[in-house]
Design a binder for this molecule. Structure first.
Ligand SMILES: NC(=O)c1ccc[n+]([C@@H]2O[C@H](COP(=O)([O-])OP(=O)(O)OC[C@H]3O[C@@H](n4cnc5c(N)ncnc54)[C@H](O)[C@@H]3O)[C@@H](O)[C@H]2O)c1
Length: 352
């Protein structure tokens, strides 16, 4: 089979698992030929470390004919620019989440991709893994009956212990909703369908954060975005439920996502993973069971969405982690903040 040649823009913390999987489990479909970032010395070091043929300056990257798909692993505030420049250069683009800093910018990118006849999509792709897909199949098969409600919890005290450059988590386009919401909301919209309305509230209880690992340890960062967000979502199928995301709390064990239906309840796994246990409560009998997986992607398979995109390009079909779904999720995330600002429910206009 002909492999699709790809180039990566951005070689930060998340690039390692993408590169490892492109050169490993997805290497039958993709061929990683180039890497670029704002700093050429970092790109060169990365190319040398992984044996990537080309380390390119930014301008050279966009004009290169060495690859046809760009994988955008830059920080959120650069997503729009990298996607736009990639599409304008005639390349298909797969971007890390979120698609952009706002739904409106996301719509611009979708219009540009459609005008150019190019594929545009992106992370998360964890929803393609065995965990979320098994829940989707169970809901589709009627195991919980009519979906009635859900809860979703993403609670932590920030990612500083794991990231040497945590700036973007606290800048515009960051915060727990834009950073982690995509995993939870992409899983939920695949399980339940599109969201029709959002009501949200937010707060910002810790005004400054500190770098605690790496060479910048001790540096104080401003917090420019809400870091504790809670609200209610209504889905088009009638299901209503609650979601809370926070970078400000010390978490306890709460299920990541629970779905409640007229016939039963499903406790879904962490949507930021590909596998995880799926527990099912059959309502009438009161019996708990563990559901068997519907596919084999249980390990960290990041890049699975790129793999599907490349196969979709070859086969002339639509891709699964597509920009319309990403932008629906972005509209929902924007709506949490808009609702908090206005003090009213926000109606969601997009569908996918
Ligand atoms: N770090 C994680 O654990 C993690 C997990 C899942 C998803 N992500 C997502 O991956 C993306 C990148 O995160 P990260 O942690 O690797 O960030 P990072 O700060 O470690 O690296 C970002 C990279 O992008 C480059 N870059 C920034 N602006 C650029 C621009 N305008 N043009 C070209 N290159 C630019 C930087 O030079 C750097 O190489 C984010 O969208 C994040 O949400 C990160």
């Amino acid at each position: 089979m002909k492999k699709t040649r790809i180039g990566i823009m951005g070689c930060g913390a998340i690039s390692d698992i993408y590169i490892t999987n492109f050169q490993g489990m997805h290497s039958d479909v993709v061929e990683l030929v180039a890497i670029s970032s704002r700093r050429i010395e970092r790109s060169r070091a990365c190319a040398e470390k992984y044996g990537i043929p080309y380390a390119m300056e930014v301008e050279e990257f966009y004009s290169s004919d060495k690859f046809d798909v760009i994988v955008n692993l830059t920080v959120p505030k650069a997503h729009y620019e990298v996607c736009r420049r990639g599409l304008e250069a005639g390349k298909h683009v797969y971007t890390e989440k979120p698609l952009s800093l706002s739904f409106r910018e996301g719509e611009e990118l979708i219009a540009l991709a459609e005008e150019k006849g190019l594929y545009l999509g992106g992370a998360p792709d964890t929803f393609l893994g065995a965990g979320v897909q098994t829940v989707c199949k169970a809901v589709e098969d009627g195991l919980i009956g009519q979906p009635v409600g859900f809860t979703a919890f993403m609670l932590c005290h920030g990612w500083e212990p794991f990231h040497p450059n945590p700036d973007f988590y606290y800048a515009k386009g960051g915060g727990p909703m834009y950073d982690m919401g995509p995993y939870y909301l992409t899983a939920l919209v695949n399980m339940l369908g599109p969201v029709s309305a959002v009501s949200g509230m937010n707060s910002n209880p810790i005004p400054h954060r500190e770098v605690v690992v790496g060479p910048r340890t001790g540096e104080v960062l401003p917090v420019e975005t809400p870091t504790h967000i809670a609200g209610t979502l209504k889905f088009e199928n009638g299901a209503i439920g609650s979601m809370m995301t926070s970078f400000d709390v010390y978490p306890i064990e709460l299920p990541h996502i629970t779905l409640f239906g007229t016939k039963g309840t499903i406790v879904a796994p962490d949507p930021n993973t590909f596998g995880g246990e799926i527990r099912y409560l059959e309502g009438e009998s009161g019996q708990w069971s563990t559901l068997p997986y519907v596919n084999s992607y249980t390990e960290n398979s990041r890049g699975l969405g790129v793999r599907d995109m490349c196969l979709a390009i070859e086969e002339g079909r639509s891709m699964k982690a597509n920009a319309r779904m990403m932008n629906h999720v972005l509209e929902v995330m924007d709506a949490f903040h808009e609702s908090a600002d206005k003090g009213t429910e926000v109606i969601i206009s997009s569908r996918f």
